[in-house]
Design a protein around this ligand. Structure first.
Ligand code: ATP
Ligand code: MG
Length: 223
């Protein structure tokens, strides 16, 4: 049984329109990094929103580690899904330091646990010396790493990334790609990674699928 099972998702934003997502299915093994390619408007972000619980499918089922997070009967709210998210604009809290951003999702942890986890995350993304800075005092790539650390800190079962590099220049992108792959591997993170850029996918992912413009065509690129 796969670690993540997404089965026959159907979703529409408007009732009278055909579904944006039509019978979308995907399975991921634990620790697998899956790329998702597809034209603009094909439904990639919508699929991530359904997995995250920001939208609810009209049909279909999502199971993570044998726990059903959504189907016809069940709908676990986003904050209880144990899913980390990194989106395009990083969305760091501007008024919080690097440390406070990273530990934001750990409010129910003990002080000692929080401190330990912060240290681990800072080491992982190599930002130990930036812990007291604010987001505007960091470069784009550093902000991106903080966003990643914040998403990974609560130990999610799945990480969703939606065009996380779109604000980075080409040179920085090259470095970040290598870093990201290493970080995800080290954390043994299961990940769904959306990008327009086939080079991103090739550098980071184990495998990839393509979402068709009609939202219903998917195929494995390899394997
Ligand atoms: N809130 C909304 N209300 C109505 N339609 C929407 C809404 N959000 C997205 N759509 C439509 O759903 C379709 C899929 O959008 P989605 O954002 O998932 O595409 P995408 O593959 O992520 O595109 P991009 O690569 O440009 O980010 C598009 O046709 C879009 O116009
Ligand atoms: Mg999108």
């Amino acid at each position: 049984m796969s670690f993540i099972q997404i089965k026959n998702l159907v979703f529409r934003y408007e009732r009278r329109r055909p579904p944006v997502i039509n019978q979308f299915s995907l399975q991921l093994a634990k620790g697998e990094i899956m790329g998702m390619l597809g034209k603009s408007g094909s439904g990639k972000s919508t699929i991530l929103r359904l997995v995250a619980g920001l939208d609810i499918p009209e049909q279909g089922e999502i199971v993570i580690n044998e726990r059903t997070i959504v189907d016809a009967q069940v709908c676990i709210p986003p904050e209880k899904r144990e899913i980390g998210m990194v989106f395009q604009d990083y969305a760091l809290f501007p008024h919080l330091t690097v440390a406070a951003n990273i530990t934001f999702g750990l409010q129910r942890w003990s002080r000692a646990e929080r401190k330990k986890r912060l240290k681990e995350m800072l080491e992982l993304v190599q930002l130990e010396s930036f812990v007291r800075r604010y987001p505007h005092e960091l470069s784009g790539g550093q902000q991106q790493r903080v966003a990643l650390a914040r998403a990974l800190a609560p130990q999610p079962s799945l990480l969703l990334m939606d065009e996380p590099f779109s604000n980075l220049d080409t040179e920085l992108k090259g470095t970040i790609r290598r870093e990201l792959r290493a970080i995800l591997r080290q954390a043994k993170m299961t990940c769904l990674f959306v990008s327009h850029d086939e080079d991103d996918i090739a550098a980071i992912c184990d495998d990839a699928i393509r979402v068709g413009t009609d939202g219903e065509y998917q195929q494995r690129e390899s394997s």
